[in-house]
Design a protein around this ligand. Sequence first.
Ligand code: B12
Length: 213
Amino acid sequence: MKSQPPGWFADVLLGKPPREARAAAVGLADEQFAPRDVYLQVLAPALEEVGSRWQRGTATVAQEHLATALVLSIMATLAPRLDEPPVVGRSAVLAGTDGELHAVGLRMLGDFLEADGWDIHYLGALTPEGEVERFTADMGPDVVCLSTTLTTHLPAVRSTIAALRRLPIPPLIMVGGRAYGGDAAVALGIGADAFAADVGVASEFLRAHFADA
Ligand code: B12
């Protein structure tokens, strides 16, 4: 199984009955991978493959929706198995930025941080600019994590970050998502404190950062 090409699970998502696809993913977590690796090495590449097929015209938008919904339901099954959370007494607000419908990566981050013992306020996709700021002012989290896939949404991220900086007690601001093309300089350039290319690295960064704080 380890020799499978990166997006191989796309065929399972699109070709098998949903019940079997879910059982297959859970089976991988039982037998082969740590649950976090199922997220990052099986589910994320499978969605990437579905996107490539959509771009090439060999998968439909309906199949893209189906695969996404199935991945989210698999994640809901695997999340309780990620880790036995310690209590860290830290909280994070997680938001998909204005206009942004892509939210699977953000949900993955929420699952990982929750397994690390954080209190997560997950706002999901399409959070209007002013709402992130208002909610953060009310909740006073340690971190705000903003997820963005489309580069056209980066101006909204910049203004959200600027608004968060004006709060009396500004949180650490971490950003991520495909819009940054893996380039931390883009993230820092629009005002973020931190960037991570994947949610495993992000959770390790936050663990280390707040262990020292
Ligand atoms: C599923 C999907 C959708 C779903 C989203 C549903 C949902 N609930 O999320 C729907 C159907 C709604 C959708 C819509 C669109 N999509 Co779309 N979509 C995808 C697809 C297939 C998978 C995305 C995904 O979930 N990947 C898995 C997750 C885990 O990856 P990720 O988000 O990148 O997250 C990882 C990292 O980026 C990071 N990360 C993410 N967020 C954060 C946040 C922080 C703080 C940190 C630290 C890290 C981090 O960690 C994650 C893993 O470790 C991709 C294909 C692809 N190659 O990605 C296309 C893709 C992203 N979509 C694309 C496009 C064009 C669109 C549409 C414009 C048209 C369309 N296809 O219908 C609309 C735009 C909607 C909008 N306004 O946002 C293009 C984008 C091209 C580009 N310009 O970059 C892609 C790449 C498809 C393609 N090959 O062309 N899409």
